[in-house]
Design a protein around this ligand. Structure first.
Ligand SMILES: [Ca+2]
Length: 168
């Protein structure tokens, strides 16, 4: 399948993001109907795919072809690699965490995508691998990068999309 990509920030890319948003709305309505009927019981699939697509469009990345759980989700034109993770939250003050199976699996940047329950993009952040390593911690089974107030204000965490009026 041919996937459309345009130069980030161009009118075509903006149009594509609007079209994506429109289809997401249609999809969510259809899903809500399917849920009421008891046919669907999960919200997980669309969220991850949509987060990856939005990041790729905004930053001009090429998505990896495999859709199974993987260390690298996308690459930029200079070959730098990206792991993209998303969470649905009520607001950006909600604490949550991102699990990375193995921190030794090399990616250059971790992209954090925060979506509202209706899948509006609330924020997108770019975290270099060494910062993930520095701020996160190893648990028994996984490497955990916690999202909290101090991480949100760390100057090494780059804000690609962040609300203008920062809530206190
Ligand atoms: Ca991912």
């Amino acid at each position: 399948m041919m996937v459309k990509r345009f130069h980030p920030g161009s009118e075509e890319a903006q149009d594509l993001l609007s079209i994506g948003k429109h289809f997401i709305r249609c999809y969510l309505e259809a899903r809500s109907g399917l849920k009421q009927l008891g046919i669907l019981r999960s919200d997980r699939l669309l969220q991850g795919d949509y987060a990856e697509w939005v990041v790729a469009q905004l930053m001009g990345l090429e998505l990896a072809s495999s859709t199974v759980e993987k260390a690298i989700d996308a690459r930029d034109s200079e070959g730098r690699t990206y792991q993209i993770k998303s969470r649905v939250v009520e607001n950006l003050h909600q604490s949550t965490s991102f699990d990375i199976r193995d921190i030794a699996e090399r990616f250059d940047f971790l992209m954090l995508v925060f979506l509202s329950p209706s899948l509006e993009v609330l924020a997108i952040l770019k975290v270099p691998h060494e910062v993930v390593k520095d701020l996160g911690s190893q648990t028994a089974s996984t490497f955990r990068f916690r999202w909290n107030r101090s991480v949100a204000s760390d100057p090494r965490v780059e804000r690609i999309i962040w609300p203008d009026d920062e809530v206190a």
